[in-house]
Design a protein around this ligand. Structure first.
Ligand SMILES: Cc1ncc(C[n+]2csc(CCOP(=O)(O)OP(=O)(O)O)c2C)c(N)n1
Length: 380
């Protein structure tokens, strides 16, 4: 059945320009274009700038270590610093963050040590950080599952009448999952204090967003769920911070959830096992490199006289110190016991798992014996 529409062009959908407070050239946008959001203070912006510069240095360093074979895998967030840092900066100490594999720099910004962030990427079976201490859930690899967990925690906080808000980060691809739909729907039905920040980096590995949905923006979907939605320039940290902070305030004061889409771009490959030249052009990547979130803020801060050479040098020195710590912790041999994997599954051992454990133990013994022989031979 087709709709009887006289003018089919009426059904054409055009994405609006995303909300921004600082434009590509590093200029504050006029008040009437700011959607009612206020530009954060220069002090706040300088702090966000520092965190973005440090986070990028970490990201670049970890990508290099992965290429050297020190880590099994690392999903880079290069180019997405504005979304990641704005999200963490909007959290109060009691709030919870529900991140994905892409969001290591968010963990870093919330105070997790590099060696603890990287434990699972080196091959350990569990995350290296204490979830309760940092109020950060495990970095989810199954897409969108963390959104449900965030809604669960937020609903519990509401029932307990405490003022905790949950913030979850999702990719554009994750919004194609049923779990994302369930999370958005029940967050709105239950008016849960949760904020969904979708980093639309335009690809789910090799699949562009227009192969996943036909609507204008992900943010538009919010209206269907019954919550506010914002389509924001995800490379403008000022806008991301202003919108996310407002959504956190709304959730904390009992106003329910918000869906925020940050339009951004993943500059690096999906992970080190991906070849992005198969599905996107160098021209596209160059275009987005030209919209760099750090350079944009830098221009603004310089124009305000807030970023002097001295301040910049001290931020770069901090970033280098962190890169050195990161390199050093990766040169230490990881102490990993693969058999530990079986220890916390059931309180009473199950026969199938016991068989698998015995199988792995035999394999590990074989490996140990083989490497002992190899060592002996090379010593001769
Ligand atoms: C439930 C589920 N299905 C498929 C995958 C395989 N997978 C891993 S990453 C990815 C793309 C995710 O894209 P997006 O949500 O946009 O996040 P990005 O990696 O771009 O940050 C897919 C399909 C998965 N991890 N989980």
């Amino acid at each position: 059945m087709s709709l009887n529409v006289e003018n089919p062009s009426l059904t054409a959908v055009l994405a609006p320009p995303p909300l921004r407070l600082i434009d590509d050239q590093g200029r504050a946008v006029p008040q009437h274009e700011s959607g009612g959001f206020r530009l954060p203070t220069v002090e706040t912006l300088l702090d966000l700038y520092r965190q973005m510069v440090v986070a990028r240095r970490f990201d670049v360093q970890v990508t290099a270590l992965t290429r050297q074979g020190r880590l099994a895998t690392y999903p880079s967030a290069l180019g997405q610093e504005a979304c990641e840092i704005a999200a963490v900066a909007s959290l109060a100490p009691q709030d919870w963050l529900f991140p994905t594999y892409r969001d290591s720099i968010a963990l870093l910004t919330r105070g997790v040590e590099p060696k603890d962030i990287l434990a699972s990427f080196r091959g350990d079976w569990h995350s290296g950080y204490d979830y309760q201490q940092h109020r950060i859930a495990p970095q989810a690899t199954p897409l969108a599952t963390q959104a449900l967990h965030a809604v669960g925690l937020a609903t519990a906080a509401k029932l307990k009448r405490d003022d905790t808000v949950a913030l979850t980060l999702l990719g554009d691809g994750a919004t194609s999952e049923g779990d994302a739909h369930e999370a958005f729907n029940f967050a709105a039905v239950w008016q849960a204090p949760v904020v969904f920040v979708v980093q639309n980096n335009q690809f789910a590995i090799s699949v562009p967003l227009d192969k996943q949905m036909a609507c204008r923006t992900i943010a538009d979907k919010a209206i269907g769920y019954g919550m506010p939605g914002y389509y924001v320039d995800g490379n403008d940290v000022a806008a991301m911070y202003a919108v996310i902070s407002a959504a956190m305030d709304l959730a904390r004061s009992g106003g329910g959830p918000t869906l925020i889409e940050g339009l951004t771009y993943r500059i690096e490959a999906h992970t080190n096992s991906d070849d992005p030249t198969r599905y996107r052009t160098t021209a596209d990547v160059d275009l987005w490199r030209g919209r760099d979130p750090i350079e944009r803020l830098e221009k603004y801060l310089v124009s305000q006289g807030a970023l002097t050479e001295e301040v910049r040098a001290s931020i770069l020195a901090d970033a280098e110190t962190l890169a050195t710590t990161t390199r050093e912790c990766m040169t230490e041999q990881a102490v990993i016991d693969p058999l530990e994997l079986f220890e916390h599954v059931y309180s009473t051992p199950r026969s199938a798992l016991a068989e698998q454990r015995a199988f792995l133990a035999t394999e590990l013994d074989g490996d140990a014996a083989a490497s002992a022989i190899a060592n002996e031979e090379s010593a001769r």
